[in-house]
Design a protein around this ligand. Structure first.
Ligand code: SF4
Length: 296
């Protein structure tokens, strides 16, 4: 069910320095996600999204709040969106919260890093180009398998992997910094050498500048329960292998993580793809300081 809520705050400061994704602030315009990936960690209890698999909540006052918060920020740092939900899930086509947030981000001169599984991001090329020209704009597509039918089973609400890579190519051709998050790599399903080779090769063809991997997955409370339920339906017989291999553990590494890491690293080196993404260095917001002067 789609519901509307009022948010109290919007931009959350990322703790510490985020060397992997380069984020300074986190932005979530929605709660819940229509992509319904069977492995999604946002179902975990710690995030307190009660009905993750049925409800999507739209923060109806988000843009007004975002503009207010941006005006008061003392640091210009990268705003990341896409970790707890996909900013380009299907309803965004109509609701346009992400587009309006990008308009605000562009107007206030902040950098942005979008993580998505959807080619709907192409709608906003104009704004991404503008933000990229002013400060920094990066779009990272998550691709966990090179096999489209498999991606449809694992990530049923999202466009298949080849559509994501085609979108990456278009953005790259427009000069926007693009890359791939190769994560998670699901044990016994996606942890094959062929899959890693294929993703790196396809990402290279599409123009990816970087690939960020994680060879394994997390398995936490509600996330694990949902995932195992889906395994029983989609991959009968696989659940006992997980239970035997990982028990109640949080971390479920790929079977041959070390070998996959080698393949990833060597393939990236051969193709000239970076294994870290170029990030924006946060700086003081002189505009905000100027606004504060009359106060003193
Ligand atoms: S797109 Fe991301 S947030 Fe949405 S269900 Fe999939 S993993 Fe979760």
């Amino acid at each position: 069910m789609i519901k509307e809520i009022q948010a109290k705050t919007l931009l959350a400061r990322v703790k510490g320095s985020d060397d992997c994704f380069g984020l300074y602030y986190n932005l979530n315009l929605y709660r819940g996600c229509q992509h319904q990936c069977i492995y999604c960690d946002s179902r975990s209890e710690c995030y307190q999204i009660e009905d993750f698999d049925h409800d999507v909540l739209i923060k109806v006052n988000a843009i007004e709040l975002l503009r207010r918060e941006l005006a008061g920020k003392r640091v210009i740092g990268t705003i990341g969106t896409g970790s707890m939900n996909d900013p380009y899930m299907p309803l965004e086509a109509e609701v346009r919260l992400t587009r309006r947030a990008l308009e605000a981000i562009a107007a206030f001169g902040f950098p942005v890093h979008i993580i998505t599984k959807s080619d709907l991001v192409l709608r906003d090329i104009d704004l991404l180009e503008e933000i990229g020209r002013k400060t920094y704009a990066a779009v990272t597509f998550t691709v966990t398998t090179a096999d489209d039918p498999l991606s449809k089973r694992l990530e049923p609400g999202a466009p298949v992997s080849s559509r994501r890579l085609a979108a990456l190519q278009t953005l790259s051709q427009h000069g926007i910094l693009t890359g791939v998050t190769l994560m998670p790599v699901l044990p016994f399903i996606e942890d094959t050498e062929d899959n890693i080779h294929a993703i790196v090769s396809l990402a290279h063809t599409a123009g990816a500048k970087y690939i960020l991997p994680a060879f394994g997955m997390t398995l936490r409370d509600r996330q694990r329960l949902y995932y195992y339920k889906k395994l029983d339906v989609l991959f009968p017989g696989l659940r006992p292998r997980y239970e035997q291999a990982f028990g109640e553990r949080y971390s479920a590494p790929a079977r041959n993580a070390r070998r996959l890491g080698q393949i990833y690293y060597e393939s990236c080196t051969n193709f000239g793809i970076a294994t870290k993404m170029p990030v924006f260095t946060p700086k003081r917001n002189f505009h905000e300081e100027k606004n504060q002067l009359p106060l003193f």
